[in-house]
Design a protein around this ligand. Structure first.
Ligand code: SF4
Ligand code: SF4
Length: 302
């Protein structure tokens, strides 16, 4: 457990957390995850890991500035422990931001108990899995409650008409991100779909490329980390090697500046940390919030 008197220097850290949860109530054909079912014992293990992490965060000194993004393999908000953990964490004095990726299939009434100054949601719309109107109803309810969120959609060509309608009907000020669908083919998009996605998401081109990263400086490992259910700390989700365990060693001893060991980085939650790309300033107040709120007037990079 942490020393409640705190360390000499407050932590300023982005944390990606992903526990063992692997199941989802949707079956998107393009989903590389969520291909298994979690039985009761697996759900209990996941909840225990989640609560252990939340306890660790809330035991940190109040001066810390922690930005946490939950990136489950499956859908987490249909599970009560996640809703409770988000509420608890959102009120932590050391929590600057707590966010989660979700398909927004859960009810949204529980969000009234969140600290709306720190909580936010990255809500993905999946055409074919849920009617657009029902997704929009939840979005409107969140907007009325003052809950901050953005919306994402996977850039499948056939989904472009749905994405356009979604863009038209989303509450004003809610950003709609398009996650480029690569499917191993860099030329997946034709001219028409490219123009369509760019019109919906002016930052779409940021997400279409893989950034060469080997040997380049990245904040992952020093001011950003990935943590799994056992507390193993890695620089990011894409590097397998553990830097140490959150529950066994002080985090300050684990963090260290490093160069990327992978050939390229193609996921927003990774490349936004590459120091020489200059992408981060496009987003307001850091990446965990930034994905939810691009700076006004932000345009595609490069
Ligand atoms: S909602 Fe997300 S996790 Fe679930 S099947 Fe679809 S893409 Fe996968
Ligand atoms: S560039 Fe990407 S893969 Fe490399 S350390 Fe940073 S986040 Fe990880």
């Amino acid at each position: 457990m942490n020393d409640p008197r705190g360390s000499e220097k407050a932590l300023d850290l982005d944390v990606l957390w992903r526990g063992p949860l692997e199941s989802c109530n949707y079956g998107c054909v393009y989903c590389p995850f969520a291909k298994t079912k979690d039985d009761r014992a697996a759900l209990a293990r996941d909840a225990a890991a989640l609560n252990r992490f939340a306890d660790w965060v809330l035991a940190r000194p109040a001066e810390d500035r922690l930005r946490i993004l939950f990136t489950p393999w499956g859908e987490a908000l249909i599970r009560r422990p996640y809703r409770e953990a988000l509420i608890r964490l959102s009120h932590g004095p050391q929590v600057q931001r707590v966010a989660i990726q979700t398909n927004l299939s859960c009810s949204v009434a529980w969000m009234r108990d969140l600290n709306r100054a720190t909580a936010s949601f990255w809500c993905s719309f999946h055409p074919g899995e849920t009617p657009r109107e029902s997704f929009l109803r939840s979005c409107r309810a969140m907007a009325e409650m003052g809950v901050s969120f953005c919306v994402g959609i996977v850039g499948i060509r056939e989904h472009l008409p749905e994405a356009r309608r979604l863009r038209e009907d989303l509450p004003e000020g809610v950003y709609l991100w398009v996650n480029a669908y690569k499917d191993g083919d860099p030329d997946y998009d034709d001219a028409e779909s490219l123009a369509g996605w760019r019109e919906i998401d002016p930052l779409f081109d940021l997400n279409r490329r893989a950034y060469p990263s080997l040997g380049r400086p990245c904040a992952a490992g020093s001011t950003a980390i990935s943590v799994n259910g056992e507390g193993e700390v890695r620089p990011c989700h894409f590097i397998g090697e553990s830097m140490g365990n959150l529950y066994a060693r002080p985090i300050e001893e684990i963090l260290a500046p490093r160069l990327c060991s992978r050939a390229s980085c193609s996921c927003h939650i990774g490349y936004v940390h590459m120091k020489d790309l200059g992408i981060d300033p496009l987003f307001a107040d850091g990446w965990a919030l930034g994905r939810l709120a691009p700076q006004p007037g932000a345009r595609a990079y490069g």
